[in-house]
Write a protein that binds this ligand. Structure first.
Ligand SMILES: [Zn+2]
Length: 300
């Protein structure tokens, strides 16, 4: 684990015609991999989606939530991630024990692990005065399964904001731990000038990969300078990022309780307990006979 806490920066540049978000997510991704016991290729695939979601959720407000489902038909299965406005990110991969042969260039083959399929993104406005505001939903075909390219395609085509994204997760070959993770997102507004566009294209093309930068000790500030090729940004926000799930023992109890008294009676008779595992964080909640009897008494 890196001793530096994860965070992201949200910045604007070139008279507000460019916005740029940069992040280091090494600890967040390592925590996700530790909880889900992922193998290398699955770790990188999940880590890229977690990092991409953090970048895309950077300008959300209070109750808003962003959800990404990468529904590929490859061996890793579906990857689901969500992020809130406060820097809490969580997610899981359907088949965490997935590894693929390395590509000819020696890199982990995330595209083959994810495969062809569909990318769904949901921007949920959250609850407001008792009702749920309409969510924005968009779906696009997966372009490569390499995640950054797929999310860029989604942002540019579905949300209609020209975007460039870089995502990287580097696994330590020996320990299998996450040695570096992070990335950046650049988006341009309709009134951006041709000169700025050209400048950004060159900067992005010549930028070392995010993992190379982070392995070399780069902070989100350093990544911001590299991604914008020296354009002078104004940093608007700095937000800590954490892998954090909203599940709890109380929530598990209310879900079990909703099954009804008869179902809980049969859990006592057949298993002598009830067990629930949260998909998002792999935490298991156990309810004893006493817990179940208490819930049954409450239900009657
Ligand atoms: Zn959970």
């Amino acid at each position: 684990m890196s001793s530096n806490p994860d965070y992201l920066l949200y910045a604007i540049a070139a008279n507000e015609t460019v916005r740029c978000v940069t992040t280091v997510t090494t600890n967040l991704v390592q925590e996700a991999c530790r909880r889900h016991l992922t193998w290398k290729t699955a770790s990188v695939a999940l880590g890229r989606v977690l990092t991409g979601a953090a970048l895309m959720a950077s300008n959300m407000k209070e109750m808003e939530r962003l959800t990404i489902h990468v529904e590929g038909r490859g061996p890793v299965g579906t990857i689901s991630v969500d992020a809130d406005a406060h820097g809490n990110v969580r997610g899981f991969v359907q088949n965490p024990q997935t590894d693929m042969p390395l590509r000819p260039d020696g890199k982990l083959d995330v595209g083959a692990a994810v495969g062809k399929g569909v990318l769904h993104v949901i921007r949920d406005a959250g609850f407001e005065i008792g009702f749920m505001k309409d969510a924005y939903r968009g779906s696009v075909p997966l372009v490569s399964g390499e995640i950054a390219e797929d999310l860029t395609y989604y942002l540019t085509n579905s949300e209609q904001v020209p975007s460039a994204m870089s995502l990287g997760v580097y696994m330590d070959r020996g320990s299998g731990n996450v040695a570096a993770a992070g990335g950046f997102l650049i988006q341009v507004m309709p009134d951006v000038t041709e000169d700025i566009l050209e400048h950004l294209e060159k900067a992005v093309m010549h930028a070392p990969s995010s993992t190379e930068l982070i392995l070399g000790g780069a902070s989100p500030e350093d990544i911001l300078n590299v991604a914008l090729g020296g354009l002078e940004p104004t940093i608007l926000a700095r937000k800590p990022l954490t892998f954090r799930c909203s599940c709890s023992q109380e929530r598990a109890e209310s879900i079990i309780s909703a099954l009804g008294a008869a179902e809980m009676e049969s859990m006592i008779a057949e298993q002598g307990q009830a067990e629930m595992t949260c998909h998002f964080c792999n935490m298991t909640y156990r309810l004893s006979v006493d817990d179940l009897n208490r819930l049954i008494a409450g239900a009657e």
